[in-house]
Design a protein around this ligand. Structure first.
Ligand code: FO1
Length: 327
């Protein structure tokens, strides 16, 4: 079975790890999982140039998590990390003092920047970097173009890079809007549209609906590919019991006028029957009351445990998503 997953960083990474586990160990295809394949189409709106290096937080979160090299506690970066270079950068006064690039992590950023400066597109740089690790899936940036998310923070239209709003200000400055700089000219990275069109199942990870999934769907051509895919499309709610599972996605939802509720996010994505992107939507057990609301909007729905506490609970969510899509 070919599964394509639209994904942001940390939540998406955990979901993908569970999906891989489910396909490999819980429900192998009889060939040890070898005919199943997963393609992750990943948000790059959080990316930026910093100290001369290209940083791609969501691609790296997925890569480190699936490689077992991630810092589970912190949610981003490498396990066993040191920060000597970052201390030097601070002493020189370059970079963002509130944004720490770990020493091991810098190896990834230097390698990516080296490939980009050699003229390779981000998708090829990502494939070469990912080849070092045994990820068990294909990692694709949504686009090779630099489409960075900016946050409008006042009436004059002043903007901050998403990373500054999120990490430095912890999403505390009321966001008026989110902009995808240069999105009109962007194209999906090679393989993205094919991965969606040729999939047996498309999944929307429990990622930030606005700045992760919204950014992916905003790349010209991707939303159309999802709405017209022959495969069913099932999403997993990032909101459980009226609160976001992690991060500050509620601040992003508020900015676009969507309530922090599992049914509201499903209605925001919309049913494919009426031009939206979903055929099915998984909500948490706490949100059973959302199921009839989602069903009434023409989206199949089920309430199941959605807390990704460990590999087994993440794999169970993947199993439920597949069951909802392919009953
Ligand atoms: N998040 C932080 O809260 N503080 C940091 O210093 C920080 C550094 C960092 C470096 C590389 C990287 O790939 C991610 C990093 N993150 C950091 C996480 C990141 O800012 C966000 O969580 C995501 O961009 C939102 O998905």
């Amino acid at each position: 079975m070919k599964i394509t997953v639209l994904s942001g960083g940390v939540g998406g990474a955990r979901f993908l790890r569970g999906l891989r586990h489910h396909l490999r160990h819980v429900h192998p295809d009889g060939n040890g999982g070898t005919t199943d394949s997963i393609t992750a189409v990943v948000n790059t709106g959080d990316d930026m140039w910093l100290t001369g290096l290209r940083i791609s937080p969501d691609l790296d979160s997925i890569m480190y998590t699936l490689a077992g090299a991630n810092d589970e506690e912190r949610g981003w970066g490498r396990i066993g990390e040191s920060e000597r270079v970052s201390a030097e950068l601070r002493a020189y006064g370059v970079g963002w003092p509130w944004f720490t690039l770990g020493d091991l992590d810098l190896g990834t950023h230097i390698t990516r920047s080296h490939y980009l400066r050699s003229g390779l597109p981000l998708s090829e740089a990502t494939a070469r970097i990912a080849a070092r690790w045994d990820l068990g899936l294909r990692l694709l940036p949504a686009t090779d173009d630099e489409v960075e998310t900016r946050v409008v923070i006042d009436d004059e239209g002043s903007t901050l890079h998403f990373q500054e709003w999120w990490t430095r200000h912890r999403a505390s400055l009321p966001a008026r809007a989110f902009l995808q700089q240069n999105v009109e000219a962007a194209t999906p990275a090679p393989g993205v549209l094919e991965a969606i069109a040729e999939a047996d199942l498309v999944l929307v990870a429990p990622s930030n609906p606005v700045v992760s999934i919204g950014t992916i769907l905003g790349i010209p051509g991707i939303r159309h590919a999802v709405t017209t895919a022959s495969a069913p499309v099932v999403g997993v709610s990032p909101v459980i019991g009226g609160a976001v599972v992690r991060g500050m996605a509620d601040a992003c939802l508020e900015a676009i006028g969507v309530a922090t509720a599992a049914d509201a996010v499903a209605l925001h994505y919309g049913s494919r029957a009426t031009g939206g992107v979903l055929d099915g939507w998984l909500v948490g057990g706490e949100d059973a009351a959302a199921v009839p609301v989602v069903l009434a909007a023409g989206i199949r729905a089920a309430a199941v445990p959605l807390w990704m506490r460990d590999l087994d609970t993440s794999a169970a969510i993947a199993r439920e998503a597949i069951a909802l899509a392919l009953p």
